[in-house]
Ligand binder design. Structure first.
Ligand code: ADP
Ligand code: MG
Length: 339
């Protein structure tokens, strides 16, 4: 029988990878914001037009890239963040897979302007469907600006699957909240269709939560603090009387990365048991710092799931820490919800 297996060309492989990394405009926003943070940016601008369908742009004042790196950054598995497999268990960066820019450039029109601080001139590069349209030397500010247009231009099925601008914008804003809450030390500006939706100065965590969710939030917050050998927990929970029917304000961050964890969520609910009505959801902003060697983030391309070495211990510590905070702030159980 004749041999029939062949290696896929890069642009096809990139497009396949993109299917996992880029579900919708909000996924692009997440990847670009995370790259800006990894680049050490102090100020990050997010610019969105028409729910991300017309424009997604992220501008940072971070490290920037050399001319060669600017080109290489769009190759698959090209990353400056890890060198060896062992590094996966010492991660201090958001990125490490080296596939976001390659994936995005495979399914959109992308333009990048970038310059390291010390360089006199920067690079302007345009790439569409993995094809370089041009790359030239240009006078550009320090840092990196990446704009993404015509997302899914070559995948009609994905493009047609996009929801209304309003729905896509809601997903983008959720992503923005998560990143902004994880990094109060970074200043963020978020523009939608030409007007500024959020201008967040560099501040502390309480101030950042209040800036994002409004001044009424301040009175709801109860601080949470605990440090053990396994985990350092900080952040806030909302007082139980502010529990809502919707699940909006529930955030877990592990080593400054927003994650979803039904298991840890359950630990929080267990601590609130008897304090909130069964159909209401307590708000929380919880930050866990653990040894990077004790977790695995490389479970899913979007990196919103984490595998913990010792989940059970974490559960117990989290639950008792929150109970303690609730107790300290004289939050007493309501006697009977039915009356
Ligand atoms: P990863 O973040 O997993 O390394 P990406 O595809 O997102 O993969 O980015 C590839 C590389 O491009 C990064 O490792 C980094 O060196 C560089 N890069 C991407 N975005 C920026 C940025 N905003 N500023 C500086 N360097 C960047
Ligand atoms: Mg990245």
């Amino acid at each position: 029988m004749a041999d029939i297996i062949k290696l896929l060309p890069d642009h096809v492989a990139n497009q396949i990878a993109a299917g996992e990394v880029v579900q919708r405009p909000a996924s692009v926003v997440k990847e670009l914001l995370e790259n800006a943070i990894d680049a050490g940016a102090e100020t990050i601008k997010l610019i969105i037009k028409d729910g991300g369908k017309t424009l997604i742009q992220v501008v940072d004042d971070g490290s920037g890239m050399s001319e060669t790196d600017a080109r290489l950054s769009f190759e698959r598995h090209a990353t400056s963040k890890i060198n060896r497999a062992e590094d996966l268990f010492k991660l201090s960066t958001k990125g490490f897979r080296g596939e976001a820019l390659a994936s995005i450039a495979a399914i959109a029109h992308v333009e990048m302007q970038t310059k390291p601080e010390e360089a006199e001139l920067g690079t302007h590069l345009k790439i569409e469907g993995s094809k370089i349209i041009f790359q030239e030397v240009q006078v550009v500010p320090k840092g990196t600006s990446i704009s993404v247009k015509h997302l899914f231009f070559n995948i009609p099925a994905r493009r047609n699957f996009l929801k209304s601008n309003q729905v896509e914008l809601r997903h983008i804003t959720d992503e923005f909240h998560r990143v902004a809450l994880a990094h109060p030390q970074i200043s963020f500006h978020y523009y939608v269709n030409g007007s500024e939706l959020f201008g967040l100065p560099k501040c502390n965590l309480r101030q950042r939560i209040v800036h994002v969710f409004g001044s009424k939030t301040n009175q709801k917050l109860v601080p949470v603090q605990e440090e053990t050998q396994v985990v350092k927990i900080s952040g806030f929970i909302n007082k139980p009387e502010f529990a809502k029917k919707s699940r909006g304000e529930q955030f877990f961050f592990v080593n400054d990365r927003f994650i979803k964890s039904p298991y840890l969520h359950h630990a929080v609910l267990a601590a609130f048991e008897g304090l909130v009505k069964p159909d209401c959801h307590p708000g929380y902003f919880l930050y866990l710092q653990v040894d990077p060697g004790s977790i695995d983030i490389n479970i899913h391309p979007t990196k919103t799931e984490v595998k913990f070495d010792d989940e059970h211990t974490l559960y117990a510590i989290l639950r008792s820490t929150i109970k303690h905070s609730l107790g300290q702030f004289n939050v007493v159980p309501a006697l009977d919800f039915e009356t």
